[in-house]
Design a protein around this ligand. Structure first.
Ligand SMILES: Nc1ncnc2c1ncn2[C@@H]1O[C@H](COP(=O)(O)OP(=O)(O)OP(=O)(O)O)[C@@H](O)[C@H]1O
Ligand SMILES: [Ca+2]
Length: 696
């Protein structure tokens, strides 16, 4: 606390920088200020009395206080960490539960933190920011040392030294340095090129991992659901989690349904852990949401999380070799070994020839003449022989080959980066080069990911104007859309009628259709019902369901929404266009199937809504609480969602096919939608049949 208090003794100006609001901490500051001020006045009085002067009259001297309100005084990081990291339920209860923690962090459970700049800054100051300390980046010097640590470089250096020495000895300084010097130059060239290219590759990698780690996270700030960078998350934030998301920080479960978390990255356990408010409300950064959805309250960020501590100790080595480099290295060392053998053989043969007197000097005289030979001549001959052997060795090692490959790969990586293709590893370029098949997702990759409801069928009639929908159907659709969703709608309170939709593309499309065309008010619908049980969407079941209790008449309803063929199979009745319920016989089921196929064939994603009301007595025995009724439902209607093909996809697919690369599309969508889309993108020719393993 004392850090926040700056007493300026010299300032005579009557100025008080104490906040004037009367919140609890501020009151305390005012009290502290008054006490200190009184003490100082008394003290000065005492002093002046001692000095024999009169009592001071008017204009007392004020001191400047730069007092910050003491935020988050009710909880500190240690307590938060203790609760979450240790999974300490008792401590949490002692504190008063998740709500009390949120309260102490000045977070509104529904609307999140205010998100104002100073609020965020205050939180960052108090609890840190969500960034991890990384091991320091390696310097160029490190890579130079690494490059020198190569056996071939050592041998070359050795050869160069010997060659230089012998050369100078034999031919004098002026001409004798050529051989050795050129090997030195080659070594320096090799070392500097590989050090610089490794260094740059490493730096590139650091930069890229910064980009790819910067994932977007859904948070609620000031009641608005928005996407912010994971690094901007602060303690107190309310984060929205859905299936497939990575938990961005440590925290507590606030609200949600059937949340299952994959903690294998932390614990190694492959089983999914259920997270709920009663038994296990703890969420850890780095884990993944395997099922369900939830809102979490962030309690620790960055280095205060377990994940942060783990990350700071791991350094990734980027110097691994590509498969080609590894094979070339092997080849180089084999060649080197052969070179060494040959050099050794040459050395032995030359020595034998020399000592047996079979060699002659430039003048045709025998070089070795027994014990009469001059020592200088003999050393000279030895030097020539050894130098020849080392020259063979130096020449035999194909250092340039590796260098050339590294250079080519680095160059191709740079070119791919220029095309906005992220290359984390050199080996990826090589692997990409040998790819024969590309498997691509549909939504967002081949399509624009701008889904829009373009077709509506109620009963067996297409609906053109949504105003013609009968009231009871309209109510059911609105209920089904608003309550059975993981997306959300935000309307800016300040007059402008612009809505913001968030959630998965499919959810966004349905929500914006319901809000903009059916005048749905999500808030009111949510207030009128209590959600009893939720079955979250997953790609396997292709549907999501919810059971609700209407507050008006206490009736229980189950709503389902999902892939049309899945939902149709669960229905035994349907509402016709006028809103009256009818039984669905086999013929009518066929008609519905044809409607779905027809929509799919025009590359629409087909979503169906179904509903049933649970009679009171059934609900008494627990139907709709643990699992939702999933048969004998009534079909409400079908919507077709259009997601246009990305421009340029056809050309890209064509280019791939010309290069001999097979393109396959992977999607969870209806077979007919998939077929229509694939044909539109040029993956499938109109006359071509889909392979059976292509179906799911
Ligand atoms: N939020 C949702 N609620 C209900 N049903 C959905 C939802 N999202 C998708 N579906 C249905 O489930 C099916 C599978 O969706 P999913 O998102 O798993 O497909 P995918 O494998 O990701 O394929 P794609 O790449 O085309 O999106 C969709 O065809 C759609 O009919
Ligand atoms: Ca999808």
């Amino acid at each position: 606390m004392s850090d926040n208090l700056h007493v300026n003794l010299n300032c005579k100006e009557p100025k008080l920088d104490v906040p004037t609001t009367h919140s609890k901490p501020n009151k305390r500051w005012r009290l502290a200020f008054a006490t200190i001020y009184c003490a100082r006045v008394l003290h000065s009085l005492l002093n002046e009395k001692k000095n024999g002067s009169k009592l001071p009259v008017a204009a007392p001297s004020f001191d400047v206080f730069n007092v910050k309100p003491d935020a988050f005084s009710r909880i500190d990081q240690t307590t938060l960490t203790e609760i979450v990291k240790e999974k300490n339920v008792d401590l949490l209860l002692e504190f008063g539960g998740v709500e009390s923690v949120a309260d102490a962090l000045e977070t509104d459970i529904k609307n999140g933190i205010s998100g104002a700049v100073d609020d965020v800054a205050l939180r960052q100051e108090a609890f840190g920011s969500n960034t991890y300390k990384r091991p320091p980046a390696k310097s160029l010097f490190h890579f130079v040392v690494e490059a020198f640590k190569d056996l071939t470089v050592f041998i070359l250096l050795f050869c160069a030294t010997l060659s230089l020495g012998f050369g100078i000895k034999e031919h004098g300084l002026k001409e004798g340095w050529y051989d050795g010097g050129s090997i030195f130059v080659a070594v320096i060239l090799v070392v500097s090129v590989s050090a610089v290219s490794n260094f740059r590759q490493n730096r590139q990698f650091e930069k890229l991992s910064k980009v790819s780690n910067n994932i977007k996270v859904d948070v609620f700030r000031n009641g608005r659901r928005q996407q912010i960078s994971i690094f901007e998350i602060v303690v107190g934030d309310v984060v929205g989690l859905k299936i497939g998301d990575q938990v961005p920080a440590d925290g507590l479960f606030l609200d949600g349904h059937s949340l299952q978390v994959d903690e294998s990255s932390m614990t190694g356990e492959s089983d999914h852990v259920e997270v709920n408010s009663s038994h296990n409300p703890f969420l850890f950064s780095g884990t993944k949401v395997a099922d369900g959805y939830a809102q979490m309250l962030v309690t620790s960020v960055g280095m205060n999380t377990t994940w942060g501590q783990m990350m700071s100790t791991i350094s990734r080595d980027t110097n691994e070799q590509t498969p080609l480099q590894a094979r070339l290295n092997k080849l180089t060392s084999s060649i080197g070994k052969v070179g060494m053998a040959v050099a050794f053989l040459v050395l032995v043969v030359s020595l034998v020839r020399y000592f047996t007197g079979n060699t002659e000097d430039e003048n045709g005289n025998r070089e070795f003449i027994g014990s009469n030979i001059k020592a200088v001549d003999m050393v000279h001959s030895m030097v020539t022989i050894i130098a020849a052997a080392f020259t063979i060795l130096a020449v035999a090692i194909p250092k340039g080959l590796l260098l050339a490959v590294t250079l080519i790969l680095t160059y191709s990586m740079k070119r791919m980066m220029a095309d906005q293709a992220m290359v984390r590893k050199l080996s990826a370029c090589e692997t990409m080069g040998s790819a024969t098949t590309i498997c691509t997702g549909k939504t967002g990759t081949l399509t624009l990911n701008q889904m829009k409801v373009t077709k509506i069928w109620l009963g067996q009639e297409p609906i053109e104007v949504s105003s013609s929908i009968s009231t009871n159907l309209l109510n059911l659709i609105q209920q089904g859309v608003a309550l059975n969703t993981t997306g959300s709608v935000y309307k800016a309170s300040s007059g402008s009628s612009k809505f913001e939709f968030s959630g998965s593309p499919t959810e966004k499309a349905i929500l914006s259709w319901a809000v903009l065309e059916l005048d749905m008010d999500m808030e009111i619908l949510k207030q009128n019902c209590t959600i009893l049980h939720v079955e979250a969407f997953n790609s396997e079941k292709k549907r999501s369901g919810v059971s609700i209790r209407s507050k008006a008449d206490n009736t229980i309803h189950v709503h389902w929404k999902g892939a049309a063929e899945m939902i149709l199979a669960m229905c035994s009745r349907y509402y016709d266009a006028s809103g009256s319920m009818k039984d669905m016989d086999d013929d009518e089921r066929m008609i519905f199937e044809q409607i779905i196929q027809g929509m799919a064939a025009s590359s629409l994603r087909c979503i169906a809504f179904a509903h049933t009301q649970i009679p009171g007595e059934e609900h008494e025995i627990g139907v709709g609480l643990q699992n939702l009724k999933e048969h004998s439902l009534t079909l409400i209607g079908l919507v077709g969602i259009k997601d246009p093909c990305r421009p340029g996809v056809r050309k890209a697919v064509e280019d791939c096919q010309c290069a001999g690369v097979n393109v396959k599309m992977i999607t969870g969508d209806n077979v007919f939608t998939a077929r229509a889309m694939a044909t539109e993108c040029g993956i499938l020719r109109p006359d071509q049949d889909m392979t059976s393993e292509g179906r799911r």
